[in-house]
Design a protein around this ligand. Sequence first.
Ligand code: SF4
Length: 389
Amino acid sequence: MIGVYVHIPYCIRKCRYCDFCSIPIDETAGRYRSAVLKEIALSADKYPGERVKSVFFGGGTPTILPAEDLCAILDAIRTAFPVEPDAEISIECNPKTIGFDGLKRLRSAGFNRLSIGLQATQDRLLRRIGRVHTYEEFLATYQAARDAGFTNINVDLMHGLPGQGQDDYLDAIRAVASLEPTHISAYSLILEEGTPLYDDVTHGHETLPDEDAVADMEDAGMDLLEALGYHRYEVSNFAKSGYECRHNLVYWHNEPYLGLGAAAHSSMIEDGFWVRFSNESSIPAYFKKLEKDRLPRAERILINTFEQMFESVMLGLRLTKGVDRKAFFDRYGCDVIETYKEAYDKNERYGFWDHSDPACLRLTRAGMDRLDAVLRDFRERRWIDFLRR
Ligand code: SF4
């Protein structure tokens, strides 16, 4: 079973911190639906009968396209592939881009999970990062979503924003939690080179909270989210029990997924081999290949077993449940701890392993805080040693 991701690469305008593959909406948007429909038809020929357990429309801002286009794309996925009757079908949305009628149309077409990008509840912070909406506009979208029948809703928040203090962040969490969404994603701002915010910060026109302040904000936010009934199940994701994002779990469990749309990435099994490929990121190049009845691939690489194993660890350790040792053994024929013994022992000395469930390789909260360093130790495992084992 696979997950299907549909990338919609348009936004009203770029946020100041954003380096995602998205552009301010232009005239190409009118042709995007038919291009994706073509890609779906070609993909169905390549992967006939592939069962789908989750669909996720992300971006960009998917809801910037007319609801009719989004519903037509979902219908085409359903026609091309057997989508499980209880599949999670999510769509990302930004306040101000869709109203009650559009949301109602999406809900009726089968979208059953909505993810709303808010980031902060203070308008002065939203302006500073270049968001196009106010908090009031978010509240109107949230209410419209509820009225349209969405019961499974995620809200995105960020910390480490310019001008943001810990109280701002905790107030935002409290305000959002009072609306009772089923899921809250709480990301740390990453200053990406090439963005307007990066230029402002490097030229001294903007300042970010220092590292310690961000770490304190993150810790306090985590505690508050847990206290409000949102359990942490991944580094940056918190959910009410039973509402963990099933589509994102496909990624974190290192399972296959098919990406559709410009710049979308895929990880699929082809003729028994794991392959990773990405689509053309330029929209004209994406259109051009499809016009020639070709899948719009830009790059395709084979993933060997050793690389897959590392990816299963890298992604699995992001989860608070950790890496399921039996699932790892069933897939690779070896025990994850034995295979990465040196890295395991080193991090055991630091007290980074949570031993509460011997069936899983799981990090403590302190270990998760140092995930990058832990993964560097796992990365050092050489494939040649693996082959000699
Ligand atoms: S709405 Fe999202 S994808 Fe679009 S510019 Fe802002 S952060 Fe980037």
